[in-house]
Design a protein around this ligand. Structure first.
Ligand code: UDX
Ligand code: UDX
Length: 462
């Protein structure tokens, strides 16, 4: 039996510990957090995050071998293995502002581990961290005067929101990096043994510490780069008459490339992609690799361009002004099936439309509360409307910013009747039936496709 602790019971720490507890009934698993309200929520029937399948797992293990607590010192003292998944946001001050990871919570946690420990332990980096953070952590942890030794292991998470439990239960791979010393290898093996309870051994990859830390940043950079690549091609499609869905299909059927993450869009969002790429950029600059840094930075720049060009396309199409016009944004979440709006392109579109002095109404099935919090500085200029039909009423345009499947199921003929004419639809996720919308009377602009408009100067559908 081992005592497993996780410091940071957030989006990553909570689901990770729940799944470990489910599959390792002989271990005692505790998740602690400085946020008492969050811990109270983990102990209640209203968990602090929604992920499909999570509640069932938490309810079946909680009180048996899964516990949530704010007593950080006590649980550190009792633990054999400590996962750390506190947040590592982008720095907003000082050296590396806007790019480097802010490691203050990590360092504070490391010092707290040393202070509260009276036995040697394994410390697992679960948060995404810059390469070689483990080295700094080892120094802080092992410069204690108690004669204790801490092995630092890297075990990055690859959970996507909306599928976190599934990703954890059936991972494409688990990555565990450690020192090549006997003690380091023993620590790696201890973490391998946890995952081997439910993950086939061939999917558990062990590497050196630095490869593991870097692989996490590289994986997110590659995923984001695919989205920026297809969005770059989408811009060219709009100028040349090519259709980005057809191009993505043709490109993605090459088995060397593969079909996933090639959906052209108004841009990628979420808490990880931008943060991790900028972190990678900062690392490259730190090592004097300025060309490498510029290469990866362009993935983020392309994403910003994509959001800006979407709004600029709207303004141009709507006779060069949206000032005073009601515009309904369909979707606030950064992707479908989540209430998370962090770095959501929908909110970027909202802000840009406000700058153009449009009257913005935003609708979303789950993310309006979070959108209101993120848009707090401009919230009095925005209408938050849960009903998409009400949002579109009297609007000049609809902009689809999140790929919620329910947006494709709406009665657009009825919506068209309630809108100001000529009515526009800008489909930033390519989820609607564009020909059907055109036939209803809409002027339709998708991403990476020729527009379908009823104006004489443009090419109508044929
Ligand atoms: C975060 C990072 O965004 C991600 O890069 C990293 O891989 C893991 O941590 P996430 O779990 O989504 O991911 O963050 P969040 O939901 O904010 O959870 C972090 C938790 O740590 C919060 O609940 C916060 O209260 C807690 N925390 C933070 C502590 O318990 N102690 C601290 O000192 C700081
Ligand atoms: C991502 C990684 O997938 C995950 O492995 C990592 O641990 C955390 O970051 P997540 O941010 O939850 O997960 O979302 P993801 O599904 O990767 O989508 C990111 C963004 O890219 C979303 O805004 C999504 O709408 C967008 N996207 C994705 C596209 O625009 N086109 C695509 O083809 C795929």
């Amino acid at each position: 039996m081992a005592n497993i602790l996780c410091i940071g019971a957030g989006f990553v720490g909570g689901p990770t510990m729940a799944v470990i507890a489910k599959h390792c009934p002989e271990h005692r698993v505790v998740a602690v957090d400085i946020n008492a309200a969050k811990i109270a929520a983990w102990q209640s029937d209203h968990l602090p995050i929604y992920e499909p399948g999570l509640k069932e797992i938490v309810l079946s293990a909680r009180g048996k071998n899964l516990f949530f607590s704010t007593e950080i010192e006590r649980h550190i003292a009792e633990a054999d293995i400590i996962f750390v998944s506190v947040n590592t946001p982008t720095k907003t001050f000082g050296q590396g502002t806007g790019k480097a990871a802010d490691l203050q919570y990590w360092e504070k946690t490391a010092r707290q581990i040393v202070e509260s420990s009276s036995s040697s332990k394994i410390v697992v980096e679960k948060s995404t961290l810059p390469v070689r953070t483990a080295e700094a952590m080892e120094r802080i942890l092992n410069s204690n005067e108690k004669g204790l030794f801490f092995d630092v292991v890297s075990n990055p998470e690859f959970l996507a929101e909306g599928t976190a439990v599934q990703d954890m239960q059936n991972p494409s791979r688990v990555l565990i990096g450690g020192r090549q010393t006997p003690s380091g290898q023993k620590a790696v093996q201890a973490i391998v043994d946890i995952y081997a309870h439910w993950v086939p051994r061939e999917r558990i990859i062990t590497t050196n510490l630095w490869s593991s830390e870097l692989s996490k940043l590289a994986a997110n950079a590659f995923l984001a780069q695919r989205v920026s690549s297809i969005n770059a091609i989408a811009n060219l499609c709009e100028r040349t008459g090519a259709d980005v869905t057809e191009v993505a299909h043709a490109v993605g059927t090459d088995t060397r490339i593969g079909p996933r993450f090639l959906r052209a869009s108004v841009g990628f969002g979420g808490s990880c992609f931008k943060k991790d790429i900028l972190n990678l950029v900062y690392l490259c600059e730190f090592y004097g690799l300025n060309e490498v840094a510029a290469y990866w930075e362009q993935v983020v720049r392309m994403n910003e361009y994509q959001q800006a060009s979407f709004v600029s396309k709207m303004v141009t199409a709507m006779f060069n002004t949206v000032a005073g016009k009601r515009v309904a944004i369909f979707g606030a979440a950064f992707k479908a099936h989540t209430s998370d709006t962090r770095e959501s392109p929908a909110l970027a579109v909202c802000r840009k439309l406000l700058e153009e002095r449009a009257h913005v109404v935003i609708t979303d099935p789950y993310a309006l509360e979070s959108a209101r919090a993120d848009l707090h500085d401009v919230a009095e200029q925005v209408i938050f409307e849960p009903d998409p039909y009400a949002a579109a009423r009297d609007a000049h345009a609809i902009a689809v910013a999140t790929e919620w499947p329910q947006f494709a199921e709406l009665d657009y003929a009825a919506i068209y009747e309630t809108m100001v004419h000529p009515a526009f639809i800008f489909d930033g996720r390519n989820i609607l039936d564009h020909k059907a919308l055109y036939d209803i009377g809409f002027n339709v602009y998708a991403v990476g496709k020729p527009p379908l408009t009823h104006f004489e100067s443009s090419n109508p559908a044929s």
